[in-house]
Design a protein around this ligand. Structure first.
Ligand code: DC
Length: 224
């Protein structure tokens, strides 16, 4: 039996990772978070004195970056040169660095084979921005997950407040719109739905409803 590849793309805050993680658990598939890879490169660059917007200085660091994913009870941990950066990549700074380095074509091609290597060997759900369009154009199923910018910002705001971060809704919305713009207007693999992707708008769905809805699409299309 060949393995199943499911691609989930969409803008920041649409719920991709939470939804993909829940579905992977139900399906017993491996969940691959490609955003974590861009975050890891952004973090490494920022920590090693590179200006993340300076293409040449980021590219110069790539040969010394060794990425590895390890799975601990189904949870992805990402290692850069043997250091587990899974926590360190989740800050607002790391989000901006990730978005900045993700516009660099050499960074994208650096990650491409690494991303594809997981799809060959496993049943996976992979989330990102260009999974259905570039990384896995032959995926068995492609979902493009969206929600209004306001709904996405409200969710992100609630998460950050719950973590005790001192943020305003307005600042979260501004940062999200800034990142949407950068991710969708960059020349290399911009955020856009694949032609054969199924669009799912979660603006008026909660997490459980979103998971159930996509679970039913997977069943309908793949019978798994
Ligand atoms: O999904 P995320 O917020 O962790 O992604 C961080 C950044 O990485 C985001 O600004 C866009 C970029 N990214 C990308 O360009 N392509 C991907 N497949 C995944 C993420």
């Amino acid at each position: 039996m060949s393995n199943y590849n499911i691609a989930i793309d969409g803008p920041a805050g649409a719920g991709k990772s939470t939804i993909a993680r829940a579905l992977a658990e139900q399906l017993k598939f491996v969940y691959i978070d490609t955003g974590a890879m861009y975050r890891s490169i952004g973090l490494y660059a920022a920590e090693h004195g590179a200006e993340v917007t300076d293409r040449q200085s980021v590219i110069a660091l790539l040969p010394e970056i060794h990425l590895e994913l390890r799975f601990e009870s189904g949870t992805q941990h990402i290692f850069v040169n043997e250091r587990d950066v899974s926590g360190a990549i989740r800050t607002e700074d790391a989000s901006r660095w990730a978005s900045a380095v993700s516009v660099i074509p050499e960074v994208r091609s650096f990650l491409l084979e690494f991303q594809r290597s997981f799809a060959k060997k496993n049943n996976i759900l992979m989330d990102g921005r260009d999974i259905g369009t570039v990384v896995l154009p032959d995926a068995d199923l492609k979902i493009f997950l969206t929600a209004s910018a306001e709904a996405r910002a409200a969710r992100r705001f609630a998460e950050q407040r719950a973590k005790g971060e001192d943020v305003t809704y307005k600042a979260v919305l501004d940062a999200m719109q800034q990142r949407d713009l950068q991710d969708s207007t960059r020349a290399a693999a911009p955020l856009k739905a694949a032609e054969d992707a199924i669009l799912v708008d979660t603006t008026s769905m909660d997490l459980q409803q979103s998971v159930a809805h996509i679970r039913s699409i997977i069943w309908e299309k793949l019978h798994v």
